[in-house]
Ligand binder design. Structure first.
Ligand SMILES: Nc1ncnc2c1ncn2[C@@H]1O[C@H](COP(=O)(O)OP(=O)(O)OP(=O)(O)O)[C@@H](O)[C@H]1O
Ligand SMILES: [Mg+2]
Length: 267
């Protein structure tokens, strides 16, 4: 079943085109990531999926309906989201859970469990948490009601590598439960680790596919790593044999990484 469907979506801010003729379909249980440069229109697109903006032209449907009608099925972490500072972590997540329809008892026990999992003391005031822990509180608040669709706009900015992995685990657990997840990120490793499918966008969709498909599309290129100096070379498939014969260094040959695909698309 399609959870999100976009058909010919354009979003203009005055004369500026932020989204240009974007169409896609995201199915139930999929983990889909949008990648693209700063100003490429990702946040604009996310805000239309969760109904905060409406397309200038075209349409977006969530589970077949207008997005603004489906908010109770969605959990959202907006790019510039800020938690409510004066609450404790536990009050914050419980309140958000109750707003999304959980009973007080459900919200409080699930909230405790998630805060525990993420290593946050439930009694600490959000104000007094570190930047990374604040982001975790926002993420937990978005998913506490177990929404069918989770939309996360750069949720792991500023998280240390361990905290980032904790968030990944949380998201993968949600995916195992059949939830649909939409992510934007600038961390290629994160996209590679989590996504079933990736959309590269810069106003319009530049390319789409699973990580494996995308690498396949670029497989005419190899990455050769000079193990002595750490230098990297991008070499065409038909030239790789000659290149390696001419090379007098220790090397490793790899398919291009997502980062190289990104650089090729957007440079
Ligand atoms: N409210 C607004 N009014 C006018 N222009 C806007 C508004 N919001 C975004 N824009 C412009 O629309 C374009 C797309 O911005 P958007 O925030 O969607 O990009 P993004 O891909 O999320 O970027 P980033 O990776 O930096 O978060 C940019 O040129 C931005 O300046
Ligand atoms: Mg953005």
């Amino acid at each position: 079943m399609s959870v999100v469907e976009a058909k010919g979506v354009w979003k203009m801010y005055g004369k500026l085109v932020a989204n240009q003729d974007i169409s896609f379909e995201i199915n139930e249980g999929e983990f889909v990531t949008f990648l693209g440069p700063n100003g490429g229109g990702k946040t604009t697109l996310m805000r239309q999926i969760y109904g905060e903006l409406t397309p200038t032209k075209g349409e977006i449907k969530v589970m077949g309906k207008r997005p603004s009608k489906m908010l109770k099925f969605m959990g959202v972490v907006p790019q510039e989201g800020k938690p409510l500072d004066s609450l404790t972590a536990w009050e914050h997540v419980t309140l958000l859970g109750m707003i999304k329809g959980l009973s007080r008892a459900e919200a409080s026990s699930r909230g405790k469990e998630l805060l525990d999992k993420m290593g946050i003391n439930p009694k600490t005031r959000v104000d007094d948490l570190s930047g990374g822990s604040k982001r975790k509180v926002l993420i937990i608040s978005a998913i506490i009601s177990e929404p069918k669709l989770v939309i996360l706009d750069e949720p792991t900015v500023g998280l240390d590598p361990e905290a980032r992995r904790e968030v990944w685990k949380l998201l993968l657990d949600m995916k195992k439960d059949g939830k649909t997840i939409i992510l934007t990120t600038h961390y290629m490793e994160e996209a590679e680790e989590l996504s079933d499918r990736i959309y590269f966008v810069n106003k319009r969709i530049m390319m789409e596919g699973s990580v494996r498909e995308l690498k396949g599309k670029f497989s005419e290129y190899y990455e050769v790593l000079n193990l002595d100096t750490g230098e990297k070379y991008i070499v065409k498939g038909e030239e790789i044999r000659d290149f390696l014969q001419r090379s007098n260094f220790r090397f490793e040959v790899r398919l291009p990484s997502l980062e190289e695909i990104y650089m090729r698309l957007f440079q």
